[in-house]
Design a protein around this ligand. Sequence first.
Ligand SMILES: C[S@@+](CC[C@H](N)C(=O)[O-])C[C@H]1O[C@@H](n2cnc3c(N)ncnc32)[C@H](O)[C@@H]1O
Length: 250
Amino acid sequence: MLLQFAAFVLALASVILTGLQPAPLTFALLCGLLAAAFSHFFGLARWWLPIQLMFAPALVLMLALNIRPDFFLAAFLILLAVYWSTFRTQVPLYLSSRKVWRALETLLPSHASGAEAGGKEVPRFRFIDLGSGLGGVLTHLARTRPDGHYSGVESAPLPFLWSWLRIKLGGHPNCDVHWGSIWDKDLAQYDAVFAYLSPVPMERLWRKACAEMRPGTVLISSTFAVPEQTPHETVEVDDLHRSTLLVWRM
Ligand SMILES: C[S@@+](CC[C@H](N)C(=O)[O-])C[C@H]1O[C@@H](n2cnc3c(N)ncnc32)[C@H](O)[C@@H]1O
């Protein structure tokens, strides 16, 4: 945003100094070119360049469509509720595949009949999905491996609400989800910790897992490795993204 603003100021200054009166789209293209050039020089990832280039021209083109402003407000609020603090966490919402869900079943503690406490079956293990998104991992495992207890933690409001309803309406007594941050969860309570995040938090997650997880428990990361930490096991999943599950036995 700062680079867009700098590009706008420079484009405006050059228009004033030269006395030219470009059409709005031409001016927007100039802003876009400057913003993309600044982004390149400031070392932003390459995928930012087309976004920076097209941002101002897209604004001008959208204004020409005369779309009601409340449409943009609604779109913004929906995106905010879905992506929330992604700009800070660097972990957006994307969902793991059903094949990943099925591969996870094989990484859970092995089957055995549950212990009974006062006629009630006690879960044999506790699993947490850090950043549980829409709750697909949790509800799938709760159904296929009812011998465990499944928790999720999710910071974005709409995915949290969605997964909460999914659990309540689906009738999964061995499943719950909390609205909050993964960094506030004590991992010592869990036998299996699953994370499908992004490369950014992996080092911090590793430090947290080493500090809190009990010996013999497992940390499973979908797709994203921990720098300089070779996993004890990897599981290749034949899905669209060719996902890999990386497993560390703590
Ligand atoms: C890539 S999605 C994975 C969703 C789900 N676990 C799955 O496998 O389908 C990552 C999720 O983590 C959530 N998230 C990111 N940072 C978080 C944090 N610090 N605390 C809680 N949730 C977080 C995001 O909102 C997003 O829904």
